[in-house]
Design a protein around this ligand. Sequence first.
Ligand SMILES: [Zn+2]
Ligand SMILES: [Zn+2]
Length: 380
Amino acid sequence: MGNFLERLEHDLNAPIQVRGFGSGWFAGFFALLFAVSGFAMVVELRYPAWFAMPELQVIKDWPGFRTAVHLVLLASYALALLSLLLRPRKVLGATALAIGLAAALLGGSNVQPSETASWGMFFGLDFFVVNLLVTGFMFAPIERFWPHRPGQRLFRIEWREDLFYFLVSTMMVQLFAFLALAPQAYVNSQTSNWDQFRLWVANLPWIVQFVLAVILSDLFQYWYHRAFHRVPFLWGFHAVHHSAKAMDWLAGARMHFVEIVLLRAVTSLPLFTLGFAPSVLQAYIGFVYVYSSLLHANLAGDFDGLGHWIATPRFHHWHHGLEKEAVDVNFAIHLPLIDKLFGTFHLPPGRWPQNYGVPEAVPHGYWAQAKYPFVRKASG
Ligand SMILES: [Zn+2]
Ligand SMILES: [Zn+2]
């Protein structure tokens, strides 16, 4: 124990040369800070009698307190993982992760404000961890056994960048699930004459609602996606997603955060306002995350018959192709039929695109790409 504390102290006091930006030191430091604060906050919620100071009661009565606890713990998780990835010395990240886990075991921010309760698993730390584990441990082996490009390594070029995107987008689901409640409540209150219709939708069999959710959100997604290809300013955001030169399950996560927020808003709007059961929404969001990893995965298999009905990896790989025939095709992410309807379907039998990416020079690195749409010079 003494030895461990020594190592922790040693790394906290690491010389400036080994704690520069990108070394994982800042991530580890803030992970630890958030983990300790989050832990203290959870203890306070769990054992209120220990902290019976009237000054603290004001904070505990604040309705956003549990949300704050939750966000603090989430941030500590993400930063701890980042630090573990970047930093050769694992003591900072591992300690933060352990404290964060202890806080989660104590119940985390457990009891949610009533309006977020229906979001269940998506507003829990569970989703963050589950998404990473399920997606990673599912696709990494499958890609190894059935690769489209066998030479491609798991830890290919830019994988750290894409993993960071993955962490961010998982956090975004949570944030979005929370932010979307307000507009949903507003729209529903303005359209009370639809209540009868919403009731009808909510009473449809669960699986029918799910299938309808897939169809409706892909229809909205199709036009949203097409607009991001057509409008030059929007393309600046979407070019980031298309800048991946190698395709695998992780590459799909590369998406500008503005695009994620708008995409989720646009595709969930019909689901929010037409009365779909919350469990259908939850299932769809989980489904879309796993499915989009599948679409980008480095997976062999032409599935020619299937690819005309359901989006397959080869169908979406054509969307990412660099060659001329791949420009502005296959916008749908579930149903190729939508592309057929609007004349953008492209799936030449048995062929894959030769190269992936965009003809313009999108910079490397998360932050440079975050700025890219605002500094990009429109090319023709
Ligand atoms: Zn696209
Ligand atoms: Zn894609």
